[in-house]
Write a protein that binds this ligand. Structure first.
Ligand code: HEM
Length: 464
């Protein structure tokens, strides 16, 4: 499918001319582009908000990991995040944070359990956010401050994906888009007001690392990055610290990417467990027999193949990031995809949901929730959250050089929370759910992350 749209930007990655958009739904083609030709498929298009932000900032554009062009600055940001904060050896120290978040979550849900149907979305989001915020800023951030950060990140994600109700190109549509960008700008300023004092306090005095954890902001304070980038000339090898505008972007990216996706994944998994009592029973059997997944940490969770299968099946069916985008130069697009673009460049959009439900790859009812397919002997045996070097069966965390660096943290948090919620409660449909065959409605809604259109509401019975 080829269609066109117009963009303006400061960078060579998003020229002023019309850029064609090419949509990929086939896993084999996605593998050829993202994995086999990763070097040519490693830049993303610049989101309109980043351009708007740069315009309001005298043309200067602060990058984050997701927006930085593939090159030395991106590499410095990415190495720092993966080695200092998200390295598997560091994730092992997260258990106390997860345990506290789960205790609070269970206590909050207990209060509502037994009072009819419970809507869980806000509680799940708050619980995941509390872990990610402490991983980011360390312990001791005032609860009210954490709540304020949670609201601003949530609002930012809400407005980041514009919903254009007026006809495209009309004055009303342009006005609505302008208002949306202004609102995002105000939220971005608010993020600075909330994050920068915390970062300044850690610059002043840093408590010794707790339990082997090193907050993300500490690593950013110490980080040196190449001085030359798209905005600045510098001598070869010259380095600088991370600027304040970059800090705000990197921190908001960490909090936003680390929370919304995982909370949505949990909500999807729970919705399927409500609709499929058999799967829930089987999962509970494994969790009950498996000891304390949180205290036992990664090793115990690794010993829960059905829990892993439930999470993978959720990611396959409802990937929380609906599409992965790349900005590709015309020659590479022609060579790899056989696609031509008159302007020279091409935006390529990989639709992650279609790839995970591809009928050639998934032969056993690809649209149905069947975690068993990931167990030994199933068609998804040996399939993990990331595509392998030889083939792709799904790509919920993307692929190639820019795959999601949070995959380990995401899988760990999702499994820990899910195991605890199934151990503590029995999840059944609300009494008024006859409209959906006695279960809950699973219609998807594509926002910043893919959500259930009607937030999950279920009856929770506490287990004794
Ligand atoms: C269920 C949870 C998650 C899902 C489904 C998810 C999915 C994705 C996807 C599809 C991408 C784009 C990959 C590509 O372009 O090839 C991405 C990028 C990214 N994700 Fe995640 N993600 C999740 C959790 C997390 C977490 C926990 C973090 C960190 C705390 C995180 C941080 C990032 C960052 C920084 C990028 C940009 C990477 C780069 O450009 O180099 N994500 N994620």
């Amino acid at each position: 499918v080829l269609f066109r749209r117009r963009r303006r930007s400061h960078t060579s990655r998003a020229p002023a001319a019309a850029v064609a958009i090419h949509k990929i739904m086939d896993p084999a083609v996605a593998h050829r582009a993202l994995v086999e030709n990763a070097d040519d498929f490693s830049n993303r298009p610049v989101p309109p908000f980043i351009t708007f932000l740069a315009d309001s900032n005298g043309g200067r554009r602060g990058e984050s990991l997701a927006t930085a062009p593939y090159g030395p600055l991106w590499r410095a940001f990415r190495c720092n995040l993966t080695s200092e904060t998200l390295h598997p050896s560091r994730l092992a120290y997260l258990a106390p944070l997860q345990r506290e978040a789960i205790t609070d979550l269970v206590a909050s849900l207990r209060l509502s359990a037994g009072e009819g149907a419970v809507s869980v979305r806000d509680d799940l989001y708050a619980a995941v956010f509390s872990v990610v915020a402490r991983l980011c800023f360390g312990d001791g951030v005032d609860e009210r401050h954490v709540r304020a950060m949670r609201y601003v990140i949530r609002d930012f994600q809400k407005y980041a994906v514009g919903e254009v109700r007026a006809s495209p190109g009309s004055v009303r549509a342009k006005l609505a888009e302008w208002r949306r960008l202004r609102r995002l700008l105000a939220l971005h300023r608010r993020m600075g007001e909330l994050f920068l004092p915390l970062i300044a306090a850690r610059r002043e005095s840093r408590p010794p690392p707790c339990d082997g954890r090193r907050p993300y902001v500490d690593s950013l304070i110490d980080l040196r990055v190449p001085a030359a980038d798209g905005n600045h000339q510098a001598k070869e090898g010259e380095q600088r610290g991370v600027r304040e505008d970059e800090m705000v972007n990197l921190v908001s990216e960490f909090l936003g990417a680390g929370t919304g996706t995982v909370a949505a994944c949990l909500e999807w998994a729970l919705a399927h467990l409500v609709n499929s009592q058999e799967v829930q029973k089987k999962l509970r059997g494994e969790v009950d027999g498996g000891g304390d997944a949180v205290s036992g940490g990664r090793s115990l969770i690794r010993g829960m193949p059905y829990l892993n299968a439930v999470v993978l099946e959720t990611l396959r069916l409802h990937p929380q990031v609906s599409f992965v985008q790349r900005h590709v130069h015309g020659d590479a697009a022609a060579a790899v995809l056989g696609a031509t673009a008159s302007g020279g460049d091409l935006f390529v959009k990989f639709t992650v949901g279609d790839i995970g439900r591809d009928k050639k790859t998934w032969k056993e009812a690809p649209d149905e929730f069947r975690p068993e397919r990931f167990l030994p002997g199933g068609e998804g045996e040996n399939v993990g959250p990331l595509p392998g070097p030889k083939e792709m069966k799904m790509m919920p965390f993307g692929a190639g050089h820019r795959f999601c660096p949070g995959v380990g943290l995401a899988m760990m948090n999702t499994k820990c929370f899910l195991a605890a919620l199934v151990r503590e409660f029995e999840w059944t449909p609300p009494t008024d759910s006859e409209d959906f065959g006695g279960g809950v409605d699973l219609t998807e809604l594509d926002t910043f992350v893919k959500l259930i259109k009607t937030p999950l509401s279920a009856r929770l019975t506490q287990r004794t």
